[in-house]
Design a binder for this molecule. Sequence first.
Ligand SMILES: [Zn+2]
Length: 381
Amino acid sequence: MSNFKILHKDGKARVGLLETPHGVIETPNFNPVGTQATVKAMSPKDLNEIGVQMVLANTYHLMLRPGVKVIKSFGGLHKFMGWDRPIMTDSGGFQVFSLGGGMEEGSSKVVSSKNGKVKESPRPKLNKITEEGVTFQSHLDGSTHILTPEKSMELQLHLGADLTVAFDDHEYRDDAKHLLESIERTEGWAKRSLAAFKKLDSKQLMYGVVHGGTNKKLRIRSAKFTDQNFEAIALGGIYGTKKQMYQMIDYTLPQVSENKIRHLLGIGEIEDLIEGIKRGVDMFDCVAPTRRARFGSLYVSNNQTLSIGQSKYKADKKPIDPQCSCYTCQNFSRAYLRHLYLSGEILYHELATYHNIYFVTNLVKKIRKAIISNNLPNLKL
Ligand SMILES: [Zn+2]
């Protein structure tokens, strides 16, 4: 059951509240990704301090390691990872297609780009897709697994997330014929996901996923189907260019009920958050803030980033972003962070990730305030 309430609108942008078993989420909201039941380099204490409202964990990774049985024996993910606020899990669908190929040693020859020599290289095995589900090899040890809508729902129930995602198909190319086949498979799997949830007597809120790539007609069809069957709407699949993604949101959202929560899966760069929220998206998740931090890319005001490894920051006494009030910016200089980064120090990852997650969380809070005061178009980044 969805307990989502819209409190205010400014154009298409919405401010709302989503009630979950682990607390209320203020929307719009950005969720950092905790693939392995941890947001990399952040403790739950850090996330609480920053004001993160929900994290997303990956069913695919957790089913392979440590195994959902282990997590279930702790009473679910919240207790296992020491996080008592809302958690969302995905269906595993995206990862079985993108990662679950296993590795077959010495099975193909590739030309090394470094020296032009031909050498043996591991090649991913193909997944087998049937109407039943997806058979895949673990990317960790090559062991064979099958993920079906029923299995995904059972795993997500045992993980105990507050928000879950219906099992969906990601095996498509962006042409109308294959997209149609893929949507038909996703619709069949969606119905089986719902039936499995009913049978398991799960009370979790489940997102159905709108697919259709960049094809307007198919996106509309998929949006109508998802709205008819689900209480929560996620947009997923192939988005194309940024312009095509924004158009897709514009085609899709008018097809779904106003009072249902809408989540743009896997998106979270600053300008995409703003464009998505303006178009009526309520929720986002993305690895961008954590991944960027690991590679030295730190957010600063005016929709910019800086590369902390650059020599111009060698003796720079300023904080990462003079306008940021996070712990890192209140206490450390760019020069110190650059030194930690170049030295490969663990503390760099903590401080940099803290700043990036704080920056995005705080930005979304600012956007929320701007919507409440009908001032979104004038928001300064
Ligand atoms: Zn900061």
